[in-house]
Write a protein that binds this ligand. Structure first.
Ligand code: AMP
Length: 311
């Protein structure tokens, strides 16, 4: 087996190790329990910079009381093995005190993008993500940071926070890695029973069917209905939401009841898709058994109702 990357734990060790890296740096932030989705980010990172720094940190600030912070899988030894030979130079696996050496009195409000969808289900989540990502970017000072489209709202939120706070880092989006059955890889998939795993396929199936409809010019509301139909037909899935959003601003264009529509005062202009139409993302969040899963896919909206004001 190829060699494991160097492991550092404290801030002082991190800063000494960074001082020894010459050339450009790419950052991949993870919570560990690494799978092929994480490793694909690391491999891509190695093509973008001279060195790759991977962080493994289950960030308490992004979990609300009652969420799975304590139960979140921690598998550092296996993670270091997984990171051998994929292009990682350095792994920073801090303790909470290394990241938060003093009580944090500063908070980052990511704005409207942090309040819808995942932000509505988890009201303190994106502020916690924005805080840790800003701190880690400040400590690692990468040229480029990679985030997976699996967490599309997190990606859009971080792009906005870094841009609006003038944090000097380039954000690179990496594609979603799926298993052969279409289910997006996630550290939480390990909680699914065999039966739940079969049911979970309905999420990606619904997204694919909705993206096909979008390509044929269907409006956003029909795409939401298509995802809901697929999930209803499967049964045994507790849908949290299905939605279609602008791919960059995350303005909600259509969604299941209970999802707040975009506030016209916040509403930004429409993002153009490269091949024409509006660049959108179809999103789904659902509980299968006790496991909450999220998934999404990109789509270009061609229907006249969904075009919005162009930029
Ligand atoms: P996490 O450990 O869940 O915080 O994820 C760390 C990074 O890996 C985030 O940028 C995720 O979006 C990304 N990621 C997680 N699962 C996947 C996947 N299946 N495909 C692509 N990227 C992923």
């Amino acid at each position: 087996m190829s060699e494991r990357p160097a492991l550092v734990r404290t801030r002082a060790e991190l800063s000494a190790a960074l001082a020894g890296l010459t050339g450009s740096r790419a950052l991949v932030m993870t919570m560990g329990a690494l799978h092929e989705g994480h490793l694909s980010l690391v491999r891509e990172a190695a093509t973008l910079a001279d060195h790759v720094v991977v962080t493994i940190f289950v960030n308490p600030a992004q979990f609300a009381p009652g969420e799975d912070f304590d139960a979140y899988p921690r598998t550092l030894d296996a993670d270091l093995d997984a990171l051998s030979g994929v292009g990682a130079d350095l792994v920073w696996a801090p303790q909470p005190d290394d990241v938060y050496p003093e009580p944090t009195r500063v908070s980052i409000d990511p704005g409207p993008i942090g309040r819808v969808l995942e932000g509505a289900s988890r009201p303190t989540h994106f502020a916690g993500v924005a805080l840790v990502c800003t701190k880690v970017v400040g400590l690692v000072r990468p040229d480029v940071a990679l985030y997976g489209r699996k967490d599309a709202q997190q990606l859009a939120m971080l792009r906005t926070v870094f841009r609006q706070l003038d944090i000097p880092v380039r954000v690179h989006a990496a594609p979603i890695v799926r298993d052969d059955d279409g289910v997006a890889l996630s550290s939480r998939n390990r909680y699914l029973s065999a039966d739940e795993r079969t049911r979970a396929r309905a999420l990606s199936r619904g997204l694919r069917a909705a993206a096909d409809l979008a390509a044929r010019g269907a409006p956003a509301a029909d795409l939401v209905a298509r995802v809901v139909d697929e999930i209803d037909a499967e049964g045994g899935i507790d849908l949290d939401y299905a939605a279609v959003v602008d791919d960059e601003t995350f303005d909600v264009l259509a969604a299941t009841p209970g999802v707040a529509p975009a506030d016209p005062r916040d509403s930004a202009r429409a993002t153009a898709a490269p091949g024409g139409g509006r660049a959108a993302r179809i999103l789904v969040a659902a509980r299968v058994g006790t496991t909450r899963l999220i998934d999404n896919t990109g789509a270009a909206l061609l229907h006249a109702d969904d075009q919005g004001e162009r930029r």
